[in-house]
Structures are given as structure tokens and as C-alpha cells.
Design a protein around this ligand. Structure first.
Ligand code: COA
Length: 373
């Protein structure tokens, strides 16, 4: 038996939801290239595609939009629990805790039928943006802003964040960012959701596991680290010394670069780069984009490593006015569609996930009484 560090290149199961080609730099949801979805679809259509394996017809999309709008509010009891959170709590910790708690208020929580899980997938997708912005208001001593019944998921996120009617450009930018992050095959957090549901636990346990897994800086947490890095770099002239400083350290990592599967530039990074360029220029923040492209150039020259999804998303989120420590929760607000799709797919053909470990410890040992050790 031999092991692969980090399960790299191990095929851990089958899926019809999403696939990617790491050498060609291609990503497909339900067989559709991500670029086509980013150009033409809405996040709601993509959620339907991930959950049902096909694009919705108009009446099916209308029904899903109505359902999402009807359940975006979170129970008052959950809000009161949130009022007791410390203002210093990390937003991903708050999100993980609230999603876990929501299960206790959901009458469907323990029903693992496909229909009940679909309802829970819709509720979680509608409620996660509300939780994120409610937490942000509460920690700043303000009352949460209730979601509106006439806005999309992207529109409601921006509206409940600021209380201002979001512009069409801002809503569409947010929508595309949500589309681009919605699924990514057997990434760490999705795999963690699949492992959890495969024990026949429940949707809330699976999504709570996934949120915990997403929070690390090697996964979803990278987008926040990228923005902090751009701030620290500060000027285009400082890019070379800054990046050389990181690369000179043993194990030094430039955040937003490298990928476990893509050996080329992440296809999502191309789309986010276009948006970052347009937004940074329009909003009077061109330096953020200039610093980013200079880092990209340098990383390619020095390490032959390309940017991943988190690199340009940081600029996009900042220009949209999203506080830096909410970037990773925003990733969760999108990826919840993929997580829930994978939970349903796993349950449809379930076997508990239980790999083996390659033993490298001592052998031929014997118990030694405590006084003789
Ligand atoms: N900065 C500098 N060097 C990097 C790097 C980065 N961001 N990512 C990978 N490398 C280097 C490693 O140092 C290693 O070099 P070595 O062989 O000389 O030691 C080589 O590239 C391979 O890296 P490895 O750690 O084996 O890749 P991985 O598949 O295990 O890790 C990531 C993938 C994503 C965890 C890794 O690239 C990373 O830590 N990136 C930064 C965090 C990030 O942006 N995460 C979001 C992912 S979407």
C-alpha cells in the first residue's frame, strides 16, 4: 500500500456536478465552460444547475428565485444568539457557529430525503448572506438590515451589507463572483462535506464541517491574506523587494498563487482579473490592479507559478466595499451551492468514506510498566 501526500491525484469518487482539467486550465459546471456561465448566467441559474444537473427553464428559475427570497430571513432566536457573540469574533467562526445552530431551528434538519435536503440547500443559500451581513452590523453596534423580497442573492448581500440600493454594475459583479466560486469538484471543503454526510449525519453538520475547512489560509482564507498583502506592498516599486522577501524564506508562500490541481493560470482568475481591472480603474484604485499584475509577472518569472481564484477576487471584493475579513465568508456564500449539491449527490449513492493510513510508526514494541519507562 502506498500513500499520496495530500491525496494528490487520487480519484476519491465519481461526480456529475463539476469537473476541471488542471493542465489545460478548464473548469465546467454540468459540462458547461465556466466562462460561458460567467458571461451569461445568474448565480440562481448556476445554483439550479449544480442541484439538478441542468439549467432551469424560465418557470423553474422563477420558482427558485421566489423560494430563495422567501427564506433569506434568519430566525429571531438565531439573531439573539448572534447578539451575544464577541465583537472580536472572526466572521468565519461566527458563520460556522450560526450555520450549525440553524439546524436546531429547521424542522427538516434530520430528514435526509432528497426533497428535504433540496429545501435545506435553498435555505442555506438564502440565509448565509444574511448571516454574514447581520454579524457585520452587530459587531459594529448596528441593527442588521432585513433582506428585500425583490432582490437576487447577490443584490441582497450588497443591500444588507450597506443598506444602499446596489448599482446594476455592483450587483452583476457580485453575481459573477458568486458564479465563479460556486463549485470546484473535490476541493478540501467539499470533500469534508462529503465525508461528514457519508456517515448519514445531516446537511447542517456537513456544511458546518465545510465552513471550518474553507476557513484555512491554504483554502478559502487565502483571499483575505491576498488583500492584506496588497496593502502591505503598497506601491508597485515595493513589489520586487516584498515578493523576494517571501520567496527567500523557507516555505514562504505568496498568497493567491499556486494550486493543487491547476498547473496553468486558474480559469476563474482570468474572469476575476477582467473585473478587477475594470473596477479598480473606475473606482480610482488603479494601484491595486497595477500591484497585482506586477506580482503576477514576478511569480511567473521567478517561480513559474500562476494566480488562483483568490488573487484577483481580493481586489474585486475590496472595490465592492466588502470588509476584508468578510472575503472568506463571501466565498462560503457562493460555495454553499456546490457543497449542498455534493451532499445530495453523495447521499444518492452513499458509502461511508474511510481511507487507510500508511503506517510509518514503530513495530515490535511491548507495554512497559509505568515505573520502568
Ligand atoms: N508561493 C510560493 N511558492 C509556492 C506557492 C506560493 N503561493 N505555491 C506553491 N509554491 C511552491 C512550493 O513552495 C513548492 O516548491 P518546492 O517544490 O520548491 O518546495 C511548489 O510550488 C509546489 O507546491 P506544493 O506546496 O507542493 O503545492 P500544493 O499542491 O501542495 O499546494 C496550495 C497548493 C494552493 C496549498 C499552495 O500553492 C499554496 O499554499 N498557495 C498559497 C495559498 C493559496 O493561495 N491558496 C488558495 C488555493 S485556491
Amino acid at each position: 500500500m502506498s500513500s499520496s501526500a495530500g491525496l494528490r491525484d487520487v480519484i476519491a469518487g465519481t461526480t456529475s456536478i463539476c469537473t476541471l482539467d488542471g493542465l489545460k486550465g478548464e473548469l465546467f459546471y454540468g459540462g458547461i465552460p465556466i466562462q460561458e456561465l460567467a458571461e451569461n448566467a445568474t448565480f440562481e441559474e448556476v445554483a439550479y444547475l449544480l442541484w439538478y444537473g441542468r439549467l432551469p427553464k424560465r418557470d423553474e428559475l422563477n420558482a427558485l428565485q421566489a423560494e430563495l427570497r422567501s427564506c433569506a430571513v434568519i430566525p429571531e432566536a438565531v439573531l439573539s444568539m448572534m447578539r451575544s457573540f464577541p465583537a472580536s469574533a472572526k466572521p468565519m467562526d461566527a458563520l460556522r457557529t450560526v450555520v450549525s445552530a440553524l439546524g436546531m431551528w429547521d424542522p427538516d434538519a434530520d430528514d435526509n430525503s432528497a426533497e428535504a435536503n433540496r429545501r435545506k440547500a435553498v435555505r442555506l443559500t438564502a440565509q448565509i448572506p444574511t448571516i454574514i451581513t447581520a454579524f457585520n452590523h452587530l459587531r459594529n453596534g448596528r441593527e442588521p438590515i432585513a433582506p428585500r423580497a425583490d432582490l437576487s442573492v447577490a443584490g441582497n448581500f450588497l443591500f444588507t451589507l450597506t443598506g444602499q440600493e446596489p448599482s446594476n454594475v455592483a450587483t452583476r459583479t457580485m453575481d459573477v463572483a458568486l458564479i465563479l466560486h460556486a463549485d470546484h469538484e473535490f476541493n478540501a471543503s467539499t470533500f469534508s462535506a462529503r465525508v461528514t454526510i457519508a456517515t448519514l449525519s445531516d446537511m447542517y453538520s456537513a456544511i458546518t464541517s465545510a465552513i471550518g475547512t474553507l476557513s484555512g489560509p491554504l483554502h478559502g482564507g487565502a483571499n483575505e491574506a491576498v488583500f492584506r498583502m496588497l496593502e502591505e506592498v503598497g506601491t508597485v516599486d515595493n513589489v520586487e523587494p516584498y515578493v523576494h522577501g517571501i520567496l527567500g524564506q523557507k516555505g514562504g508562500r505568496v498568497m493567491g498563487f499556486g494550486h493543487a490541481v491547476y498547473k496553468t493560470k486558474d480559469p476563474r482568475a482570468f474572469e476575476l482579473q477582467k473585473m478587477a481591472k475594470a473596477l479598480a480603474e473606475e473606482s480610482g484604485n488603479p494601484h491595486l490592479y497595477q500591484i497585482s499584475t506586477k506580482i503576477e509577472e514576478l511569480m511567473l518569472r521567478e517561480k513559474n507559478i500562476n494566480p488562483n481564484v483568490d488573487f484577483y477576487s481580493a481586489t474585486v471584493y475590496h472595490v465592492l466595499g466588502i470588509p476584508t475579513d468578510l472575503f472568506t465568508p463571501v466565498f462560503a456564500a457562493s460555495r454553499v451551492t456546490g457543497w449542498t449539491a455534493h451532499v445530495m449527490e453523495q447521499l444518492a449513492n452513499n458509502r461511508i468514506i474511510r481511507p487507510r493510513g500508511e503506517y510509518v510508526g514503530p513495530v515490535d514494541q511491548h507495554y512497559v510498566p509505568i515505573d520502568e519507562r
